[in-house]
Design a protein around this ligand. Structure first.
Ligand SMILES: Nc1ncnc2c1ncn2[C@@H]1O[C@H](COP(=O)(O)OP(=O)(O)OP(=O)(O)O)[C@@H](O)[C@H]1O
Ligand SMILES: Nc1ncnc2c1ncn2[C@@H]1O[C@H](COP(=O)(O)OP(=O)(O)OP(=O)(O)O)[C@@H](O)[C@H]1O
Ligand SMILES: [Mg+2]
Ligand SMILES: [Mg+2]
Lengths: 245, 245
């Protein structure tokens, strides 16, 4: 089961969700892989993992390494880290035949119960590769004024990928993040629920400073501190498990 | 004077800074243009401006319109709005000769005292076009654990543009945003100041819910409410004016 965490809007909690959901699912699954498809490489950094020049997902795309060569382990999950050279890969593959299927082929060779993919804030070829390789998509949505901005464009891209490259792709749900009980947050959540009826996760990730601090300690929220963020991502893990089992 | 607001990290306050700084500079300059180079088009939306299919910056890149045809006015500044078709333009221009100079040539034909350019969260061709057209760069940095992540990659890109495409390009400063007095924010600000000595703006943009609400009203912070965000961006406007006059 391959789950992609996406939204081309920046800073909406994609990496925070990818890392903490991957660790939360460890309660129900044996083998979990977190793949970082963002050249900013925040998913790896969040768990204290930095890939050197020759051991990142970019090298796997370049064909010089395989996933098992580059994988590192943290808190019981495997992590395929990225680094900035992945941005170079995106420009290089523009004219390659089958350029959207590269990640799908890479993941065919490995065997995990669940693969979680963190994406960059864009709808470029790296994100399209992730959608083509995916079974499910979780859309991380910041509960602010811009919350629903761009979701129509995002859905058009998902539809295009589904109809031409990957017909098994479907939306697992919309996840509201950074919820802070203000009028703007409440409006954003309400408008999300009314526009995407039945597709919004019951679990809402509340704003919580410890979620911001955990990456500084190189840990998921579960290894960092028992707090609102820990409860919310634990609940999300359960809700996702119920939907995919 | 062309100023670009950049950082490939998402959600760090680029659009909030671009919009509020453009309006703040109205106090010292007559003619100000805000150009939205992000296909998410948040800069326009922030001021209640949405470009239709035929009247966005994408049409100017496609050569079917000029800047004066698409410009709208809000709070005394001109805005060249974007829309999602700009993402298509980025893929189309990949093989064009002089693909990095397109925006520079577009801005040659118009006459403003200050042009502010909002960028997408990436270092792709749209951002490179903005750097090539720019005199100065302001780097918006969220004061969290990831604050300095990616800045080395960003600086490499700036150096490359400066040495091959635009030798007048220089850094105006690093702007700390979403500062909230927690240990993580303080650490981030201290580490920014020690790494980029003398290049960090004295003005720090504090976290302020009204900055989140203003886009919902289609207004800059100056037209929305007198508050911390108003004071901070007013101060930034003065500091930027002192540096560029
Ligand atoms: N629920 C939350 N409460 C408080 N802070 C949060 C929460 N979720 C995320 N953050 C913080 O917000 C910032 C952005 O989050 P994150 O990096 O996960 O977003 P992203 O969508 O992955 O960003 P990008 O678009 O750059 O990849 C980080 O500092 C993170 O720690
Ligand atoms: N100082 C602040 N206090 C509170 N909220 C803020 C502040 N600055 C920005 N925000 C909010 O944070 C969110 C992200 O800000 P913004 O859209 O300006 O970032 P960005 O860097 O332009 O994002 P992207 O990478 O997607 O273009 C928005 O909801 C915005 O209102
Ligand atoms: Mg991220
Ligand atoms: Mg923006």
């Amino acid at each position: 089961m391959v789950i992609v965490i996406m939204n081309q809007k920046g800073g909406v909690g994609k990496t925070t969700t990818a890392v903490n959901l991957a660790v939360a699912l460890k309660r129900n699954y044996e083998r979990i892989l977190l793949v970082d498809m963002d050249p900013q490489a925040n998913a790896g950094t969040h768990l204290g993992i930095r890939a050197d020049e020759n051991n990142s997902i970019a090298n796997v795309f370049a064909g010089t390494k395989k996933i098992p060569d580059i994988v590192k382990n943290a808190e019981g999950i495997d992590v395929a880290p990225s680094n900035i050279s992945l941005a170079g890969i995106e420009l290089q593959i523009v004219n390659e035949i089958g350029r959207e299927m590269l990640l799908k082929d890479i993941l065919k060779e490995i065997n995990y119960d669940v693969v979680i993919i963190d994406c960059p804030p864009s709808l470029g070829l790296l994100s399209v590769n992730a959608l083509t390789a995916a079974d499910k998509v979780i859309i991380s949505v910041l509960t602010d004024y811009f919350a629903r901005e761009g979701l129509a464009d995002f859905l058009r891209t998902v539809q295009k990928v589904k109809s031409t490259l990957n017909n098994k792709l479907s939306i697992l749900g919309y996840l509201a993040t950074n919820y802070d009980n203000t009028a703007i947050s409440k409006d954003a959540l309400e408008s999300l629920k009314s526009h995407f009826e039945g597709q919004v996760f019951k679990t809402v990730i509340r704003i919580n400073t410890h979620l911001k601090e955990a990456p500084g300690a190189g840990k998921s929220i579960f290894a960092y501190k028992k707090c609102r963020g820990y409860e919310d991502y634990e609940k999300l893990g359960e809700e996702v498990y119920e939907k995919i089992k």
